[in-house]
Design a binder for this molecule. Structure first.
Ligand code: ZN
Length: 246
């Protein structure tokens, strides 16, 4: 039996699936990864543009990059991997998506329970009073950068910059889902960004089967992955769905 069928049967039998996703699954949607150093990140050094200290020092400079990033994100469409995860939820197996991505594409694809470990670029937050507002085009166009209406501090996308903590509530929810699931699907993540990378270990130690779908080896591969697909999730997931059937 091939692994596709085995994993499909596992999902049907176990029934409580949680997906843990990283930037690799949004590459097909046209969003470059930090680590790949592609697209936007050829031009902008992440440590210079995605660090909270850099933002506080010079919001105007960082907003030049953020506007460009927003353009990329708002133009992006869900990849076949995003769509397949949404199908898996509709079939009743996928209970939550924990994502390190900030592009909001899981919601666009139709997933309802999405825990955003690193926030969402489609929302803005005030660095002064923490007020949150939608990243509307109007706000993004405010020059030289958008300000909070309440306290006039700079607004930044509601994403976790380097040097910022993970939002506590999302971390707690993610840990709960990792402990609760019977099958964890890991995809498009290098597995080296902590504390997010702890989640698959937590799932494994709580008894879940770990299914890894990644083009490259990760620290999970030789330690906790029960099944490994060395291919793009946009190819693997639709195939697993076919085996699950209707
Ligand atoms: Zn404010």
């Amino acid at each position: 039996m091939d692994n596709y069928r085995v994993v499909a049967d596992l999902i049907k039998e176990k029934g409580y699936v949680v997906a843990f996703t990283g930037s690799g699954i949004s590459v097909d949607s046209g969003i470059p990864t930090f680590r790949g150093g592609q697209g936007l990140w050829e031009k902008y050094d992440p440590m210079e543009y995605a660090h909270i200290d850099a933002f506080r020092r010079n919001p105007e400079k960082v907003w030049n990059m953020l506007r460009e990033m927003a353009g990329v994100i708002f133009a992006a469409k869900p990849s076949p991997a995003h769509v397949a995860l949404s199908e898996l939820e509709k079939k009743g197996f996928l209970k939550a998506v924990i994502t390190q991505n900030v592009d909001g594409l899981h919601q666009t694809a139709g997933n309802s329970t999405v825990i955003e470990y690193h926030g969402n670029h489609r929302r803005l937050v005030c660095v002064g009073c923490s007020a949150k507002v939608d990243f509307t085009e109007a706000e993004a166009r405010m020059l030289p950068y958008p300000l909070c209406e309440r306290c006039l501090s700079p607004l930044k996308p509601d994403v976790v910059f380097f040097g910022e903590p993970i939002p506590m509530l999302d971390m707690i929810r993610a840990n709960e889902e990792a402990k609760k699931c019977n099958v964890m699907l890991i995809m498009g993540t290098s597995g080296v960004v902590y504390p997010a990378a702890d989640l698959p270990y937590l799932a494994h130690s709580s008894g879940a089967k770990v299914v890894e779908i990644n083009i490259d080896d990760t620290p999970f591969t030789s330690s906790i992955s029960d099944f490994v697909f060395r291919q793009n999730a946009s190819i693997v997931l639709p195939k697993i769905l076919e085996y699950i059937g209707t």
